[in-house]
Structure formats: C-alpha cells, structure tokens
Design a protein around this ligand. Structure first.
Ligand SMILES: C[S@@+](CC[C@H](N)C(=O)[O-])C[C@H]1O[C@@H](n2cnc3c(N)ncnc32)[C@H](O)[C@@H]1O
Length: 301
C-alpha cells in the first residue's frame, strides 16, 4: 500500500503521491495552502482561545492538518485532546525526515510527531494526543464511546479512489462522534458525501472558493451536528449551499457509497454504487454539469 513519491507543490510545500491509490495527498497548487484554507480557517479556532477542545483527524497522512491546527492553538493557549486514525506509518516517517516540512511549524510539532511515531501518543500540559494505526473503519471503534469531538477532519483520498472512508456506514459512525455544534470538515464537495451527511442529520455548508482553486465552486464541506442557529455565528469562510450545489444533490452523483459491514473492498463499493446509479430515476449528473457549464470536478491527481 505504501509506495509513495515525493511531490513539490506550487506554494513550495512538500507532499506525497500514493502509487497504490493513484492520487496525490494534496492539491498541486499547494499542500500548506490547502490545509490552511480547507481545514484550519473553517475550524473557527478562536472559539477555543484559552479553552480546551477535542479533535479527531481521520487520515492523518503527513500530518499537515494537525500541524497547522497545533500551530494556531499554541498561539492562543488552547488545550487539545486529540485522536488520529491512519492506516500507514510511512507518511509520518517521511514528514519527520523532511526538514522543509518541519520548518513550517513551531518546534513543538516535531516533538509531538516524533512521539506519535515512536509511542503512538504524546502528553504535556497543553496537548494530549493519541494516534491509532490501522483501517479507520475498524479503529474508530477503539475510541472510547464517551469521547466526542468539537472538530473532525476527514481527509481521505477522493471517494472514487478510496470510497471506504466515505460510505454511509462509516460517515454515520463519524458523525456520532461529534459534539453538538461540532464541525466535521472535509475538502470534498462530492454530492454523495454531502447528501449522506445531510441524511445523517447534519447541517451542511460549502467552504467558499477562492479564485485560484481548480474546483472553483467550492473548497469543501463543513457539516455541523445538532445545528442550532442561535448558537452559530455566521462564518465568513463557509456558507449555505448555492442553488447549483443544491441541484447537485438531486442528481445521480448524490447516490451514496455503501459498505454494510464496514469491510468491503473498494471495487465492491464502487460497483454496487454504479448498479444503483444505473437503476436510479434521479437527474443525470451530465445534464446538471451542462446546465451549470461545469467540467468534471477535479480530484487531487
Ligand atoms: C489524502 S491523504 C491524507 C493527507 C493528510 N491529511 C496530510 O495532511 O498529509 C489520505 C491518507 O489516508 C490514509 N488512508 C487510506 N485508507 C485509509 C483507511 N482505510 N483508514 C485510515 N487511513 C487511510 C492514507 O494512508 C493517506 O495517508
């Protein structure tokens, strides 16, 4: 699973490409940039200034999302209780050896990451971190049932390349781990993922695009649990879905990925969904694309 190729992205930050999944870990426009825009900024971290927060990072990889999170939390003196799920230790090994990755962050991050690599955990006054190695579908069950998160980052390879982490069954487990008003944040704007999250009772928002982004209509999704509009301060980084995005959820692209026993292969999940799409009466996604003058949305390859 672990053949990885080093990739230098356009903002000068390093990333990896997985030969097995045939996909890059980050957008070629910039790994650091992507992390900040799609994960750190939508997290609204100022809410936790001087306070504690619980975070789950699913598909930890090199650790950009967590490194960027911790970098901000150090500045605002927050206390972090953190879990991560990741199947492969190699990206973290790479991150620890790559000096220009380490130079992006406060020295504390190197200390935390090397402890995660050696001991699967780290603890001091501000940070309590545990990483669980293995298939996220299985390892999520090891997180204590009472543990709930204010933020969950979901950064798997795209649904077509790694559907295992985007199925109804897995997303249902993930969303049950959110605190009320907790955010699940992902770079994906897939209709299947959004529709599934909405059907699971979450309120979904689009992460606003910037002009550089290849997928110019959205940079991802924030899904909020037990959404209470009176507790929610409108955020300038995400917004309600546009009409175009709502219509996307009425097309065959919104048919979910399914993995009944949480152990199906990628091929099984994809082929079952294709069968379901073929027999569905939902609108054709091609018509939706034509109506909105859209090219097929880009993955990270
Ligand atoms: C797009 S990369 C993640 C990028 C990462 N967040 C970062 O900052 O570098 C996807 C990651 O998902 C991991 N992965 C793939 N399938 C998985 C699974 N079933 N369970 C847990 N991790 C998985 C891969 O090993 C890879 O590190």
């Amino acid at each position: 699973m672990s053949e990885l190729i080093e990739v230098l992205t356009k903002d000068g930050s390093y990333s990896l490409r997985s030969v097995f999944f045939q996909e890059n870990f980050h957008s070629l426009l910039g790994a650091l940039e992507e992390t900040k825009k799609k994960f750190t900024v939508p997290s609204d971290l100022q809410r936790f200034e001087g306070r504690s927060l619980e975070v789950l990072d699913i598909c930890f990889g090199l650790g950009y999302n967590t490194a960027s999170l911790i970098n901000e939390l150090i500045k605002q003196k927050s206390y972090l209780n953190w879990y991560a799920l990741e199947i492969d230790k190699k990206p973290l090994e790479y991150a620890l050896k790559n000096q220009s990755f380490q130079n992006l962050w406060a020295p504390k991050i190197q200390q935390i990451f090397s402890s995660l690599y050696r001991k699967n955990c780290f603890e001091d006054k501000f940070f309590n971190c545990k990483i669980l190695w293995g298939d996220a579908r299985e390892k999520i069950n090891i997180i204590p049932a009472t543990k709930k998160f204010d933020l969950i980052y979901l950064d798997g390879f795209s649904p077509q390349k790694c559907p295992q982490v985007w199925t109804i069954e897995f997303l249902s487990k993930v969303s049950q781990k959110l605190n009320p008003q907790g955010y699940l944040i992902t770079y994906s704007s897939s209709a299947a993922v959004r529709k599934t999250l909405r059907n699971l009772g979450l309120e979904i928002f689009t992460i606003k695009p910037n002009l550089n982004s290849r997928n110019y209509w959205s940079q991802g999704t924030v899904a909020i649990a037990k959404f209470d509009k009176f507790k929610f301060k409108l955020n300038s980084n995400f917004d309600k879905l546009s009409v175009m995005e709502e219509e996307h959820l009425l097309t065959k692209a919104s048919i979910p990925y399914r993995d009944q026993n949480l152990n199906s292969s990628k091929e099984d999940i994809i082929s079952k969904r294709l069968d379901e799409q073929l027999s569905s009466n939902l609108l054709s996604t091609k018509k939706w694309r034509t109506k909105w003058g859209m090219t097929k949305s880009a993955s990270r390859s």
